[in-house]
Design a protein around this ligand. Structure first.
Ligand code: COA
Length: 168
């Protein structure tokens, strides 16, 4: 499906109406409605949103930030601190779930992380997600996510941007 025909991809703006957005995850909804714009203004997160071309509703978002993965040892790439782009939060309005918009936004995140790595070095697109979302990234999102570790209730997964550069 050609998603560009139906949806507009843009940065979150003050004028975007978020009141009716719900991805059915309270913590993610709270972040999007209350913190996302402020975080973007102070350059803590960059928020990319999709809006519906017909009804102008904001229907999905993804947040990206520069970050660092502390591996605690040098087994991973021979260093213990790896510069990364963090895929922070992702939400798709429940009325629009199951249409591959999550996958579409993750692909956008991957392209943007790669683009960023051509200016400021970063090696991974990283996601720290709940263990029950692990299969979504590893099996459903078919973009080369690899498992790094599980810690408490979270899983850390990544796409190696060096590999992506070779095979994109
Ligand atoms: C997770 C989320 C972003 C997926 O968005 P989406 O646009 O519906 O996703 P896609 O259409 O690309 O993929 C849907 C598929 O993923 C599967 N999926 C959704 N959540 C899953 C999970 N936790 N584990 C495994 N698969 C999952 C669905 O069953 C569906 O599978 P199907 O295509 O075989 O029917 C969306 O469901 C959402 O906003 N959820 C609440 C917030 C959240 O959990 N965010 C992620 C935190 S990092």
């Amino acid at each position: 499906m050609n998603l560009d025909r139906l949806y507009i991809l843009k940065e979150l703006e003050e004028s975007d109406l978020l009141d009716n957005f719900s991805c059915k995850d309270d913590e993610i909804d709270f972040f999007f409605k209350n913190l996302a714009l402020t975080n973007q203004k102070v350059k803590i997160s960059k928020i990319h949103v999709l809006s519906d071309k017909i009804n102008h509703k904001t229907i999905a978002f993804i947040s990206l930030s520069a970050s660092q993965l502390n591996t605690g040892d040098a087994r991973f790439f021979g260093i213990d601190k790896i510069p990364v782009i963090l895929l922070g939060r992702l939400g798709v309005d429940s009325n629009y779930q199951g249409k591959d918009l999550g996958g579409f936004l993750i692909k956008i995140a991957l392209e943007k992380a790669f683009e960023a790595s051509t200016i400021v070095a970063c090696r991974l697109l990283l996601v720290e997600t709940s263990k029950d979302m692990k299969d979504y990234y590893l099996k459903k999102v078919n973009m080369g996510f690899e498992w790094f570790r599980d810690k408490k209730q979270f899983s850390t997964l990544y796409i190696d941007l060096l590999k992506y550069e070779k095979y994109r």
